[in-house]
Design a protein around this ligand. Structure first.
Ligand code: FES
Length: 90
């Protein structure tokens, strides 16, 4: 069986998510913290929605029923120079 990668940054597969749900992690925030979904360098740009869909499908809920994670800035990657107050040269 081929591995279906859900979170490339943290190397989380669909199987990992399904196993965690079977263990009782049916709250998305708990699931996210257990598997580190969305905590990689891309900050969950691609994986959070995929993981939400898997959780919804497995628990029989709609995505709207599942409490979404809170996003903390910076959601968009910024340079260290920007943090240091350097002017952009663009
Ligand atoms: S793919 Fe999940 S944090 Fe980047």
């Amino acid at each position: 069986m081929s591995k279906k990668i859900v979170c490339r940054c943290e190397d989380v597969t669909e199987e990992d998510i399904l196993k965690a749900i079977d263990e009782g992690y049916t709250d998305f925030e708990e699931l996210r913290k257990k598997l580190r979904i969305g905590m990689g360098t891309c900050q969950g740009r691609t994986c959070i929605m995929l993981a939400l869909r898997i959780l919804a499908r497995k628990t029989g809920k709609s995505i709207e029923e599942i409490e979404k994670p809170s996003f903390r800035p910076p959601v968009v990657p910024i340079t260290l120079g920007s943090l240091a107050g350097e002017e952009d040269e663009d």
